[in-house]
Design a protein around this ligand. Structure first.
Ligand code: DGY
Length: 320
């Protein structure tokens, strides 16, 4: 029987690509460039399945233009905001994601962002790297200690729960807001707030772990930033669309927010030059899940979903 034809849109690990080539008739993106809309559609025209990353945008318009032969979009990401799930459902295209396997790596990056922001990591690194470190005093580069402070988790899903666990290691008190309250075994003593406002008021560090939806776009706006304790720290390792970046710049400039640690931005790749101009921001280029272990696990999970689909079974991580 002919093997299913699969488009893999970006460069994945050798182990993942080798397994994919063993089981599928694969079209790779040899130089790992970002496809334009037209190239994405053209390359999807001759395959049964596509394994994309969050860099490929399957808007309702793109999904409408996909050929009838494309049966499944098996994402190499837990986030699916780059795919219009309603449009996929309407067209009968199955969509899957890769939950669980990137929770540890992303929670690690949340801790890096928290500490980088609290302890002025970017500023200090730049000073030494540029040969400009010519002064030291007890009053030099003083930051915020996180030990014993309150860690607010917005979105207590898989990543949020691991981030909370890591923050406990710093002796932080965990608070969270989530659509549903967790059961006590999952909560592990974390304090539930049934409103976002309740969480904001107690978050010395606010860490975002919720998906982007029409309801959460620009959720962290000027009004909500104003509700944080003075000198709070904002950490975003989820999606840039959750934060009104102009409002954040205002809060960072006024000192209302002491610092921010950001791995994600509204515009990616690239980021936000006005945020980057501020000393009190620790910036990373969307590398939350970028570890060798996690990239393998994400790729294998996406392939597991494809394998199940082509065996005629329900893929474990079906989201549409
Ligand atoms: C995810 O899995 O959603 C990460 O942001 C990488 O795409």
């Amino acid at each position: 029987m002919a093997r299913p034809r699969l488009l893999i849109t970006r460069r994945l690990t050798d182990g993942v690509q080798t397994r994919a080539a063993r089981d599928y008739d694969v079209e790779f993106n040899e130089d790992d460039h970002v496809f334009s809309r037209d190239e994405l559609l053209e390359r999807c025209s001759a395959v049964d399945a596509v394994l994309p990353c969050h860099s490929e945008h399957f808007s309702a318009e793109v999904i409408g233009a996909l050929p009838a032969g494309l049966k499944i979009i098996a994402n190499h990401s837990v986030g699916t905001d780059h795919v219009d799930l309603d449009a996929a459902r309407a067209k009968g295209i199955v969509v899957t994601n890769t939950p669980d396997v990137l929770s540890d790596a992303t929670a690690e990056i949340a801790m890096l962002c928290m500490l980088g922001a609290a302890r002025r990591g970017a500023e200090g690194d730049r000073l030494v790297r540029e040969g400009k470190w010519s002064f030291w005093s007890p009053a030099f580069m003083v930051g915020r200690q996180v030990t014993g402070k309150r860690f607010g988790v917005l979105g207590m899903g898989r990543v949020g729960q691991v981030a909370a666990e890591r923050a406990r290691g710093f002796g932080m008190e965990i608070h969270y807001h989530n659509r549903r309250r967790l059961d006590p075994a999952e909560e592990k003593g974390a304090i539930f707030h049934d409103t976002l406002e309740g969480l904001l008021a107690v978050s010395d560090v606010l860490s975002l772990h919720c998906p982007t939806t029409p309801d959460t776009r620009d959720l962290i706006n000027a009004d909500r930033l104003a509700q944080l304790p003075d000198g709070a720290i904002l950490v975003n390792t989820a999606r840039g669309a959750l934060v009104d970046e102009d409002a954040l710049i205002g809060a960072l400039t006024s000192g209302k927010v002491f610092a921010a640690g950001l791995d994600v931005f509204k515009d990616e790749p690239g980021g936000n030059a006005r945020l980057a101009a501020l000393d009190n921001v620790f910036l990373l280029p969307h590398i939350g899940s970028a570890t060798f272990e996690t990239r393998d696990a994400m790729g294998f999970r996406a392939l597991d979903n494809l394998d199940a689909y082509f065996r005629g079974e329900a893929p474990g991580d079906r989201v549409a």
